[in-house]
Design a protein around this ligand. Structure first.
Ligand SMILES: [Zn+2]
Length: 331
């Protein structure tokens, strides 16, 4: 897994244009009315102990002092989100996924091995399939699972149909769908951080699973090395795209509240953290204090760097968390 680095996953074109594209899309969003009230409590743990965290692209992000959740406040309106997800930002992102397609396959190959340990056959629903990198990795693994996809972006669906003409595809938001089937497994890759009404969404996933079915998902982990060092400059503070940023504690609370059992949480890609922080510390010395002299010196050493990345993975402190949750048999 050592080839997975920040630069291999985020193409140069994306890194150059992302901020400009975000400002452009956010400007359009701010011209649209947002009737949503400011939240007075955390939607994960219900605590009223929340405080201002940072403002990005004209959107305010607050942080729950109790569970650590970082969330947009107020949440953007449906009209704003529709404009964002049907605007140039989404096409830009899909193109960036297409450009980094092969480099992203190993991330999914690792997850697929784990999925197959839990679910070998039956129906799998992939939510937010984007242009289908996971689907491609799944097919290359000769899976026995039947795959259904749910993807709201029309641009992404066109690309999905081209690549997988026989795939069972729903071009809608999950909440708009009324499924007949119940699934053995549901997958959701780096999507939950985009969801505004997290309770309704989690409930819907629970209702779509068969008893004993599994929910596999990944999301940024703010309780991680890269988030602690990058702080309020972190590249994934991206409202109105990222509006709910989790950590293992807030994930646990959400899962328990909705009746899921958390089977396992992993952060397999510590190499991503190390390469991202490498890049940040080379660009500016403002991160030196958080990083500390010891780490700043030793991270120059290739061997230390490699072992440190492994340490982040084994202690669940790398920047992306992979969650395996299960709907109990008696539900
Ligand atoms: Zn909270």
């Amino acid at each position: 897994m050592s080839k997975i680095t920040f630069d291999s996953i985020h193409t140069q074109t994306k890194q150059k244009q992302l901020t400009e594209m975000m400002h452009q899309s956010a400007r359009v969003c701010h011209e649209i009315n947002n009737p949503n009230p400011e939240l007075t409590h955390c939607s994960i743990c219900q605590s009223t102990n929340i405080s201002f965290h940072v403002e990005k692209f004209g959107f305010q992000l607050d942080k729950c002092i109790d569970c650590g959740q970082i969330f947009c406040n107020p949440m953007p309106s449906h009209e704003q989100l529709n404009s964002y997800y049907n605007g140039p930002m989404k096409t830009f992102e899909n193109q960036f996924f297409a450009d980094s397609f092969e480099n992203r396959i190993p991330i999914f190959s690792h997850r697929i091995k784990i999925i197959h340990n839990y679910v070998k056959q039956g129906l799998l629903l992939d939510i937010g399939s984007a242009i289908g990198i996971f689907i491609e990795a799944l097919q290359r693994s000769n899976t026995a699972l039947s795959i259904h996809c749910c993807e709201p972006s029309g641009d992404a669906c066109t690309r999905l149909k081209q690549r997988f003409p026989k795939i069972h595809l729903y071009n809608k938001w999950l909440q708009e769908l009324s499924f007949k089937e119940k699934y053995h497994a549901i997958t959701l890759w780096d999507t939950i951080e985009h969801i505004e009404d997290i309770d309704a969404f989690t409930q819907k996933i629970f209702s779509l699973l068969k008893p004993g079915g599994y929910w596999f998902f990944s999301t940024p982990n703010t309780n991680s090395f890269e988030w602690q060092i990058a702080g309020k400059d972190h590249v994934q503070l991206l409202p109105p795209g990222h509006i709910n940023l989790f950590n293992p504690n807030s994930i646990d609370i959400l899962m328990q509240r909705h009746g899921f059992e958390v089977v396992e949480m992993q952060t397999p890609n510590g190499t991503l953290d190390v390469s991202y922080i490498d890049k940040l510390t080379q660009s500016s010395n403002k991160y030196d204090k958080q990083l500390g002299g010891f780490l700043r010196t030793n991270l120059q050493d290739k061997n230390f760097k490699q072992k440190f990345a492994q340490l982040l993975s084994t202690t669940t402190t790398a920047g992306n968390v992979f969650v395996i949750a299960r709907k109990p048999n008696n539900e």
